[in-house]
Structure formats: C-alpha cells, structure tokens
Design a protein around this ligand. Sequence first.
Ligand SMILES: Cc1cc2nc3c(=O)[nH]c(=O)nc-3n(C[C@H](O)[C@H](O)[C@H](O)COP(=O)(O)OP(=O)(O)OC[C@H]3O[C@@H](n4cnc5c(N)ncnc54)[C@H](O)[C@@H]3O)c2cc1C
Length: 471
Amino acid sequence: MDVDVIIAGAGPTGLMLAAELGLAGVSAVVLERLPERSGQSKALGLQPRTAEVFEARGLLDRLTGRAILKVPGGHFAGLRLDFTAWDTAHPYMIGIPQARVEELLEARAAELNVKVLRGHELTALTQDDDGVTATAGPLRLRGRYLVGCDGGRSTVRDLLGIGFPGLDGRLRMAVADLTLTGPAPTSWSLPDMTPSATGKGYLAPLGDGVYRFLFYGPEQQELPRDAPITPAEVTRALTGSAGPRVRLGEIRWASRFTDASRQITRYRHGRVLLAGDAAHIHSPMGGQGLNLGVQDAFNLGWKLSTHLHGHASDDLLDTYHTERHPVAARVLANTRAQAVLLVPDEEHLALRTIVEELLTLPEANKVIAGMISGLDIRYPLPGDPHPLLGTQLPGLDLHSGRPLILAATERLRPAVTPWSGRVGYEVTARDLHAEAVLVRPDGYVAWTGSDAASLTDALSRWAGTPQRSTR
Ligand SMILES: Cc1cc2nc3c(=O)[nH]c(=O)nc-3n(C[C@H](O)[C@H](O)[C@H](O)COP(=O)(O)OP(=O)(O)OC[C@H]3O[C@@H](n4cnc5c(N)ncnc54)[C@H](O)[C@@H]3O)c2cc1C
C-alpha cells in the first residue's frame, strides 16, 4: 500500500477528511484535479453546528479570524430564523468565503502531514479484497480505502456506476462575484426572497471591494445552464433589484445553478466511500451544502482511522452511511420545500405568508432553526433512552480526536484503563443527567450510565478492541 486512504477532491469535504485522518495518524493523500486553487467561493456561510465542529478541534478561532462577519440567525427561503432557540454558544452564521475555509483546512492537513497533489485528476479506479488502485495521470496509487469527495459531478460515482437518483432542477439561478462603481451595501442583511414575477437579486459585500450578487428571474429561467453570464445580463438584474445608481464594475466569477436535488442510496461501496456533494446535491437555500460535507467528513474520519489502526472491524464504517444518509435526505427535503416557497404565483405566495406567520411561533422557529443549523441532528444510537444519547455535546475540548469519558466521579476510571492512551477520562461538574457519558471523537454522546460492564461494551463498540492489533 502507498497510503491508507486516497481522497479524491480537495474541496471542503476532502480537506476536512484529510485533516481528520492526519490528526489520527493515518496516512492519506488528496488527489485534486485543479492545478491550483481557484480562489473562488460558492458557499459563504457556515452554520452553528459546523462552528461547534471547528470548536471541538480547536480551529474555531482560526476560522472566525478569517471570517467577514457573523450573521445573527439564519433563514428558510428568506424567512428569518432565530438560532438562540437552541442551546449553542454559536447562534449565528459565520460569513466566510468557501475559499478561506478550504485554505484553512488545507493548512491544517499539511500540518498533520497530509498532502494535496494538485493537477492530479482521478480517471480510473479498481478495488479488490485488500485495497483500491487509483489512477491520476501517470500516477498509480494503491490505498486501503478511497473516499470520493469530488463534488456534484463526481468521477468516483461515475467510475463505480453509482446512480444519483433525485429531482431535476426547476428553478434556475445565477451568482456573480463583482465589483461596483456606484453606492454599495456595506453590511449583510437577510436576503429578501419574497417571490416576484419580475425576478429577484441579492447583493452582499465579500470584502476587498468585491460583492456577491445572487439573482434569478424570467431571463435566468429561460437561459440554458451553460450560457455564459454576460455583463449585460448582470447589469439588467442589478438595476432591477438594486436600482440604477448601483453600477457593475467587473465580473470576477459567475456561475449558474439550479435547485436539482439528488442523493446516492448507499454511501459505502466496498472500499470506496462517498462524502459531500459527491453523495448529495441540493439547492444552496439556507446555506447547508458545505456544512453537510464537512460534517460527513467529521463523522467518517475517526471511524476510518479506528478501523485502519486495527481497533475495529469495518462494520464501524457502515455506521457512516446509517448516520449520515438520513441527515442529507432531510436537507434535500427542506431545500425542496424552500424552493416551493419561492414560486412567484398567488397560491405559493399565500403558502409563504402562512409559513412566515408560523415561524413567528417559538416552537415552529425552533424546529426549522434546528433543521437548517444542524443543531437538531441526533443519531439513532443504541442504548437506554436518555436526553443526551445521540446528540452532540458542544463546548468540549476534543482536540486530540479521541473519545472521551465525562464523569461525575473517578469511580469508572478503572473500566477505561484497557483503553488508556486512546480514550480520555475527565471528571466534570457539568449536568449530564447520568453518572457518566461516552463522547465519540465527533462529539456525539454514544453511551450514558453508571454500569462499568455496559461502559466496557460501549467502548468496544466505539473505540474498538482495547489491545492494539497488527495491521
Ligand atoms: C451559489 C452557491 C452558494 C452556496 N452557498 C452555500 C453556503 O452558503 N453554505 C453552504 O454550506 N453551502 C453552500 N453551497 C454549497 C457548497 O458550495 C457545496 O456543498 C460544497 O462546495 C461541497 O463541497 P465538496 O468538497 O463536497 O465538493 P466541491 O466543493 O465541489 O469540491 C470537489 C473537489 O473535487 C475536485 N475534483 C472533481 N473531480 C475530480 C477528479 N476526478 N479528481 C480529482 N479531483 C476532482 C474539484 O476540482 C473540487 O476541488 C453553495 C453552492 C452554490 C452553488
């Protein structure tokens, strides 16, 4: 084997996975088609749950240090959501261009000895009982696993003949990063996405004199997906939404997108797994795609490394699919619902008005805010019913990427001794509603209780066998 894990694609998903594998001391390499970073950003916003993920690894300060701003709350088809309904230290969206998130993650992966090989497009792959062989130009690499993080048009998916069932896009939209010559907004505000037959545009500052302009209307609806976005088209949309005084300078980057939504049915295909946009696509409404990908990688990384270190069978990898597939399916559903609320006709406008009224109710806001922010994610983990089981415990130091026992006393420490060095033990005054909880490396509570034998079972399941086995 050349490496343990070959990652295809250096987007946010592949880079997060690279960093997680590097942290666990697993050898990995990232193959990236582009010869150099494009510097362009599709995503601009990170959700509260992703802030918690970065916080768990001690990376949040680095992230917010590169952010443009924090936007209080989020939105559902442009309808305001209050994230303070949830118990989180981060009830806001972090406004940060995707390119900066990628830079940060690539630097982190490099610190942990995982390299990105740019200009290396994966073109072929085969797998057998022992591993995977990947071809990228003249390079042939052998790894024990390969993870396809190669985006919505995934080559890995195509090479394995994996279907991508779902819905074609109905709504066509466009995005352009541009400079302006007239007066411009200096701060972000909630996009006004109330449907209008004449179209909509939303302008927000990206810093350094560059603005993100997102627009859709009858013209975009008519144009083919591959039609170039011209200054004339942007000027028409800009004038229509921001008025004649706001003038286009130059277009730095532009792209069309739709509300197509698709998801593969299985995330694992033998020694190949898929994550991020390679596994699921949907419209960017609410700002969820990058977050999903980063959290896919956060779920998969420690499972792959626990297995690759010889501590757990590959059954652990199957829990990646069972836990993450439903999460993305729910995002597909909510983005489809948001698209319905953007249809510019009287009936849909009536529906939108009712949803807007409902969202003023605290309970309704809490449900939808939990959905969009990722704060309501709860994995269906085995064990006695307990309010914390399957939920993420925020605010923990999981910088080492190891599981952690949080306990009210020292009593259960001996039960953890066989895993010492691989599982942390911390006595806490935090109210756990239990004597102790087992927190997985991704912050999710996998066990609660007071019985040493049942803790040992849970550790065997999530931290693997206590003895280090040979590979
Ligand atoms: C207009 C717009 C706005 C958005 N806004 C948000 C937002 O605010 N918040 C949010 O969370 N999400 C948002 N998204 C979605 C988000 O951008 C994606 O979900 C995210 O980029 C997915 O990351 P990824 O790493 O899975 O895939 P990608 O970012 O697509 O990265 C895949 C990488 O794989 C590489 N690659 C492809 N094929 C190969 C190959 N054969 N070999 C090697 N490398 C290959 C590509 O070059 C690329 O670098 C938005 C999307 C759009 C279109």
